[in-house]
Ligand binder design. Sequence first.
Ligand SMILES: C[S@@+](CC[C@H](N)C(=O)[O-])C[C@H]1O[C@@H](n2cnc3c(N)ncnc32)[C@H](O)[C@@H]1O
Length: 277
Amino acid sequence: MNYRHAFHAGNFADCMKHALLVWLLHALRRKEAPFAVLDTHAGRGEYDLSAPEAERTGEWRQGIGRLLGLTAEEGPLADYVALTRALGAPARYPGSPALVRALLRPQDRLICVELHPEDHAALAARFRGDRQVAVHRRDGWEALRALTPPPERRGLVLMDPPFEQEGEFDRLAEAIALLRRRFRAGILAVWYPIKHRAPVRAFHAALAAGEARDLIAAELWLREPTDPTRLNGCGLLVANAPFRFTEECGPMLAALLAALGECDSGEGWAVTRIVEE
Ligand SMILES: C[S@@+](CC[C@H](N)C(=O)[O-])C[C@H]1O[C@@H](n2cnc3c(N)ncnc32)[C@H](O)[C@@H]1O
C-alpha cells in the first residue's frame, strides 16, 4: 500500500468529489428517514495542510486553496466551501469521513473502512466514542459484501480506491453491479481518475454492457487527457442519483472548472448518462 492521500488532500480531484458528495448528502437529508453512509476507502478523515506531505506537492493550493479565495457566498459550490471552512480549511482539509459526519443527523450513521494501519489509527482515534460512526480496518472491497445492505435500507456508498493496482476499473465495474443487486435503493458514488481516455471509455462500455441500471458519469478535466502519467481529470460515477442531480451537477462542474482550470484549451466537463434507469 504505497498510496497516501495526505500528498493529495484538497487537490482539484478532492474538490470535485467532495463538492458532489456534499450535494448528495444534502439530497439524502431531504427525507426524515434515517440513512447510512459506507465509505469503503475512507482515508484518515482530516489532513494537516501544513504537514510535509501537503507542502511537498502543494496540490491543495490549486484546489481548495483557490476555492477558499472565492468571495461568492451563493452559487453551486457555496455549501461545500462553507463546510470545508467550518471544518478547518485552509489549516486542515476535511476528508470524506469528516464531511459526511458533519452532515449526519442524530438518526443517521457512517461506516468507514480503511486498510492502511496509520490512516486507520488516525480515523479510529478521531471517531472514538462517537456512537454514530463505526471505523473498520479491513479490505474495502470485501466490506462491500459484508456491510451491505445497511438495515436503514437508505443511504450512500462512496468508493474511492487509490488506483495503485492493475484492474481497478474492472473491480469497480464488478462492485457497482454487486451493489446495484444488493442495495438497489442506495446511491453509489464512485470516483475514478481520467489520465487517458481509453481506460475510461472501456469502463463506461463495460458498465453499459452490464446489468446495472441508472448510471450517470460526472467528469471534469483540466487538459486534454492524453498523457497517461498525469491526473488530467477525474470522474464520479453516480448510480441511483437523487432528483435534480443531472441539472444541478453541471453548474457545479462549470464553477469548479472556472475556479480550478488552467485556461487550457483542452479543458472541459460533462455529465453523461451511461445507462438508463
Ligand atoms: C483516495 S484515498 C481516500 C480518500 C477519502 N475517501 C477522502 O475522500 O477523503 C484511498 C484510501 O484507500 C486506502 N486503501 C487502499 N487500499 C484499500 C483497501 N483494499 N481497502 C480499504 N482501503 C484501502 C488508502 O490507504 C487510502 O487512504
